[in-house]
Design a protein around this ligand. Structure first.
Ligand SMILES: *Cc1c(COP(=O)(O)O)cnc(C)c1O
Length: 328
């Protein structure tokens, strides 16, 4: 398929007039209805959209967030991507794998100091060819500032910049496409876990004031998210939306924090359904959804769609840090 964007980029120095788009999965990710006595008793139907199956290494929302960024980088003639993330970041792993698949070099700027041997996430990123650099926590806080990016450019050479978590207007575009794969009338709520809010921004923009989205923040103190989601949808299409709610009570103490109850839930869920959840994002969202069902938050007859945003690469590093808690 020839790309329209290729035609629009006639002015760029290195771009071919016709650029082949990167191949995409032939099928939308599958949707499964979950079978559970709790759901049945509450007369709530809960579906799971298996974005974790989109790609073996660029899983879930990271595939959607990276797709148009990597297409843009390639079409504009960039040779290298640079992005930011924590040492166990799904986004770092996904960007490394995507860069390799798209034929672009990748640089990962990692928060904190280097620890050797590398943890499984960074080992994987390195295997995919990503060059790793480290920024101390203080400097990392200023990562988005022009001066910091300028300094990195001086040090490392030119790059296509992808912000932490991959969240920018093109990521919103990619995530909004998920809604196009749904018959939205079939669902009352669409749920996702939230970090930077890019995925939620894509869902609400794609829903375009129809059904409600539910965001489950995995960080403590999620008041930043409303502003982040607004800024992202505004960058994408100039609009802000109200058709979403944040469910701030399921972060379990913060990013990568957990309780035995959460771990039990994840292992039990896997035993019952055969579907793995990660302890950082999807496990917290699903725990939250089941808890809300238990508390009667959803009226009988409610139909929910939860997005399995992937993140399963993180299980190995999580288990390495905390003991073999999550059954892999
Ligand atoms: C990154 C990630 C999220 C959070 O996505 P944001 O767009 O940053 O809010 C959710 N789930 C998984 C599995 C992720 O890896």
């Amino acid at each position: 398929m020839f790309s329209l964007q290729g035609l629009l980029l006639l002015g760029y120095p290195y771009s071919a007039y016709f650029v082949l788009m990167h191949p995409r999965p032939a099928q939308p990710s599958p949707i499964q209805l979950l079978d559970d006595p709790l759901l049945e008793a509450a007369r709530v139907r809960l579906y799971l959209k298996r974005d974790d199956l989109l790609h073996p290494h660029i899983s879930g929302n990271k595939w959607r967030k990276l797709y148009y960024n990597l297409e843009a980088a390639r079409q504009q003639g960039w040779e290298r991507l640079l992005t930011f993330g924590g040492a166990y970041s799904n986004h770092i792993a996904a960007t490394a794998a995507a860069g390799r698949e798209w034929g672009l070099q990748t640089i990962g700027i990692i928060r904190g100091e280097e620890h050797l041997p590398l943890n499984p996430t960074l080992q994987f990123a390195r295997q995919q060819g990503m060059a790793l650099h480290y920024l101390d926590r203080e400097a990392y806080r200023h990562k988005d500032e022009p001066a910091q990016l300028e300094a990195l450019q001086q040090q490392l050479g030119p790059f296509y910049y992808i912000p932490e978590g991959g969240s920018n207007a093109l990521a919103v575009k990619g995530c909004a496409e998920l809604v196009g794969e749904l018959d939205v009338q079939q669902y009352d709520f669409i749920a996702t876990a939230c970090g930077t809010g890019g995925t939620l921004a894509g869902l609400v923009a794609g829903l375009n004031r129809r059904q409600q989205a539910l965001g489950f923040p995995v960080l403590r103190g999620s008041s930043y998210l409303k502003g982040a989601v607004d800024a992202l949808t505004e960058a994408y299409n100039g609009q802000c939306y109200q058709n979403y709610q944040l469910m701030p009570d399921y972060h379990f103490g913060g990013y990568a924090k957990w309780t035995p109850e959460l771990i039990n839930f994840i292992n039990l869920f896997r035993d019952k359904t055969g579907i793995p959840l990660d302890p950082i994002y999807t496990g917290k969202m699903m725990f939250g959804l089941y808890d809300l069902v238990k508390k009667g938050w959803f009226k009988p007859g409610t139909r929910l769609l939860a997005i399995h945003t992937g993140g399963l690469q993180g299980i190995k590093g999580f288990n390495e840090r905390f003991g073999e808690l999550v059954e892999g």
